[in-house]
Design a protein around this ligand. Structure first.
Ligand code: ADP
Ligand code: MG
Ligand code: ZN
Length: 500
């Protein structure tokens, strides 16, 4: 098909709608006292309430309300002094009550916004994403389809159900339709989810692990002809589970809609699934007919009526905004916008900050996370944060370079070892027998060569201008292919030039 992204943009304008589900990190479930710890034996974290047994009565988790209000406040929402839970009725085996307790026409938070920015060739562009609502609900259980090749229900012999997840507090954050992003729609979608994730992380309300499903995004996309005010038909790509996939899914849906419309065909309103391997979506469930969930107010739960004091107390303990923190870090580290954007894009800002906190120099910390580590992450098609290397490892490696126990080149071998799972830096140095070259005669001949090549610089050092020695040390390191001990080279060189 000759339909390109550029052609699409000459005719159509995208409209986005992002729904983000976040599992709250409360100790107990939304309406009962069951544990929420991930990975327990199936069905060991259940009780009559979350199994929906007749006669059991739910009670709202106060911590979950506090967390949800914190999210609403961080997103500049109005907090309702009175809101109710509702029953969303439908049948599905992973939902033992046959209804989901959710909020419907009375969400606890509404009408907020989140400001985001993206880096473009034309500089930084800011967007305000309007938030429609933030509401509380509960997660469903998990179905495991056994016996088939794919783990999907199709072709399976039987299914197993695990209700440990049933009733875990979920918060849904829904945007108003996002217009005016044009060609940047995929980047805006990604930046919004990234900023939201950073806020949720800063609030400490969730572990926000997209790959484990504690943060998931449904991306609604539609196109309308440029100049048209009515929205087009949307598709809803469900449960996209990485930032990169959010961007790819939006772009791929824009292209799919565009080529359909261009051929005079129509977009079907449906849910879709994004596939990491192909970068494309496939059809899910049709939404052409609105489902009738027969919502009604939950009679077993008291309305949620947070007092002004309760809300103000939460407001006054909100943490520093991620955008403010980024500005502060940028100032402390003295890095240009481009470098800052590079760290954010590679999702290593927190890793760099943690490395600096452990004592490493910001430039060096950034160099490792954006350089060698990012390169290895790329090779393995994961993000740097998913690799088994930690800020502690990196700060240790920087320290070992400073103390002369590692050269840059050897340090790269150590980094690779850590990422290969060979252990912590010191273990790798011991196991691999990594050692710097410090044979005096070999170093001296490299030093003489460097001096002969840059006699004017050598003269400066002789004259007492010690900082000039850096260039000569660099030349020696190059000559010895990075295996020399820089501290030792420095000592020998200065002595050689009458400064030792
Ligand atoms: P649903 O229950 O069908 O998912 P929601 O209202 O919860 O509906 O979410 C729909 C999301 O899609 C919201 O973010 C909304 O702003 C957005 N949206 C609505 N209409 C369109 C459209 N035509 N194109 C793109 N996004 C849309
Ligand atoms: Mg939806
Ligand atoms: Zn329970």
């Amino acid at each position: 098909m000759g339909f390109t992204y550029e052609t699409l943009l000459t005719k159509y304008e995208p409209v986005l709608g992002l729904e983000v589900h976040v599992e709250l990190g409360t100790k107990s479930k939304m309406f009962c006292g069951c544990s929420t710890v991930f990975g327990a034996e199936p069905n060991t974290q259940t009780c009559p309430v979350c199994l929906g047994l007749p006669g059991s009565l739910p009670v709202v988790n106060e911590k979950a309300i506090e967390y949800t209000i914190a999210i609403g406040l961080a997103l500049n929402c109005t907090i309702a002094p009175y809101s109710r839970f509702a029953r969303k009725n439908y049948f599905y085996p992973d939902m033992p009550k046959n209804f989901q307790t959710s909020q419907y026409d009375e969400p606890i938070c509404s009408n907020g916004f989140l400001d985001i920015s993206i880096e473009t060739d034309a500089g930084t562009k800011d967007f305000r994403i309007e938030i429609e609502r933030v509401h509380m609900e509960e997660d469903t259980g998990k179905s495991l389809h056994m016996g088939g090749a794919t783990g999907r229900i199709h072709g399976a012999d039987y299914s197993l159900l695990d209700y440990n997840r049933a009733g875990i507090p979920l918060v849904e954050i829904v945007t108003k339709p996002i217009v005016g992003t044009g060609k940047y729609a995929p980047e805006v979608a990604r930046a919004y989810v990234a900023e939201l994730r950073d806020i949720l992380r800063a609030l400490g309300v969730s572990d926000v692990k997209m790959e484990q499903g504690s943060l998931r995004c449904d991306a609604n996309v539609s196109l309308r002809p440029i100049g048209e005010s009515k929205f087009g038909t949307r598709s809803e790509t469900k449960n996209v589970n990485s930032l990169r996939s959010v961007e790819r899914a939006v772009r791929s849906e824009m292209l799919r809609h565009g080529s359909l419309l261009d051929e005079g065909r129509r977009v079907i309103q449906e849910t879709r699934h994004f596939h990491e391997n192909t970068g494309e979506t496939t059809a899910g469930r049709s939404k052409e007919q609105a489902e009738d969930y027969r919502y009604f107010p939950e009679p077993d739960l008291a309305p949620v009526t947070p007092s002004k004091d309760f809300i103000e107390k939460i407001r006054s303990s909100l943490p520093e905004k991620p955008s403010t923190r980024r500005k502060r870090l940028q100032e402390n580290w003295q890095v240009p916008d481009k470098e800052m954007a590079a760290m954010i894009n590679a999702d290593v800002l927190d890793l760099v900050a943690a490395t600096v906190e452990l004592g490493a120099d910001p430039t060096r910390a950034r160099g490792w996370w954006l350089g060698e580590i990012a390169r290895l992450a790329n090779e393995r098609e994961v993000s740097a944060g998913e690799l088994p290397i930690t800020p502690k490892d990196v700060s240790e490696i920087v320290q070992l370079i400073d103390s002369g126990e590692l050269t840059d080149k050897l340090a790269r071998q150590v980094v690779e070892g850590v990422i290969n799972g060979e252990g912590r830096p010191k273990e790798i140095i011991a196991n691999r027998g990594i050692k710097v070259v410090s044979d005096d005669s070999a170093l001296l001949s490299a030093i003489e060569k460097a001096i002969a090549a840059q006699p004017d610089i050598a003269e400066k050092v002789r004259g007492g201008h010690i900082p000039a020695a850096g260039a000569l040390i660099g030349a020696v390191m190059k000559e010895t292919k990075g295996q020399a001990d820089a501290a030792k080279v420095r000592e020998l060189l200065l002595r050689h030039l009458g400064q030792g």
